[in-house]
Design a binder for this molecule. Structure first.
Ligand code: PGA
Length: 247
């Protein structure tokens, strides 16, 4: 089981040249990254194949897509399937990021189908869950997370690995991360839900304004296996410092 994970989510950032510079920077920095930390790079689809080749001899670095379709093939213009991702060496796929839930209207039901499609081809889903500020302020954050986790696990199976990322929507890209206690409370809730479905070895990452200043405190909290990092991962030096933030 992997229990220290730092995943970079580039979102829709970096030209091909910038992607190469970042990836070369990571290879040059691998000696500085603790050997028990799994690094995952979630890049735009257009760069995945090249990145996969670049990190082919680096087992500590895995490549992730940021999204996929819920079918393996067919007449879905513009879409990319889990089996296509597998065929170019991708091991992970972010599913249900809050930006996709809110801007691309992805529902819990669709997300459950995407998880199913990923697992069919052994593409490990990194399923994002998180409440909005309004949901938290109305005390409904426990309910939202319970619904999102329950849906995500509909077609999952403890035999096949899965990663969960708790990303409070109000903390993403805002510079205001959850407090250590808020994050730990929600991770405990998620781990309890996972245990009910017999998922006992599932890493739960924290995401939402995680950076090289707050990662050490967040990662030291019980139930937090690492981070899914957006803004602070765009710079390779700050990303490397985050990988060094486990105690
Ligand atoms: P952020 O993004 O680190 O910029 O808040 C995290 C994410 O959306 O995965």
């Amino acid at each position: 089981m992997i229990n220290k994970v730092v995943a970079a989510n580039w979102k829709m950032n970096k030209t091909a040249a910038e992607a190469q510079i970042w990836a070369s920077g990571l290879i040059e920095s691998l000696d500085e990254i603790p050997s028990d930390v799994q690094v995952i790079v979630a890049a735009p689809a257009i760069y995945l194949r090249e990145l996969g080749q670049k990190f082919r001899d680096q087992p500590r670095v895995k490549i992730a897509a940021q999204n996929c379709h819920h079918e393996q093939k067919g007449a879905y213009t513009g879409e990319i399937s889990p089996s296509m991702l597998r065929s170019v060496g991708v091991d992970y796929c972010i599913i249900g990021h809050s930006e996709r839930r809110s801007m691309f209207l992805e529902t819990n039901e669709l997300i459950s189908l995407k998880v199913k499609a990923c697992l069919e081809v052994n593409l490990t889903p990194i399923v994002c869950v998180g409440e909005t500020l309004a949901e938290r302020e109305s005390g409904y954050h426990y309910g939202v997370i319970t619904e999102q986790i329950t849906a995500a696990l509909t077609f999952a199976n403890p035999e096949k690995p899965i990663i969960i990322a708790y990303e409070p929507v109000w903390a993403i890209g805002t510079g205001i991360s959850a407090t250590n206690e808020q994050a730990a409370e929600m991770h405990a809730l998620i781990l309890g839900l996972l245990a009910q479905y017999n998922f006992t070895n599932t890493p739960v990452l924290y995401g939402g304004s995680c950076n090289d200043g707050n990662a050490a405190a967040l990662f030291s909290m019980p139930g937090i296996s690492g981070g899914l990092v957006g803004t602070a991962a765009l710079n390779i030096r700050s990303f490397v410092r985050i990988t060094q933030s486990f105690s």
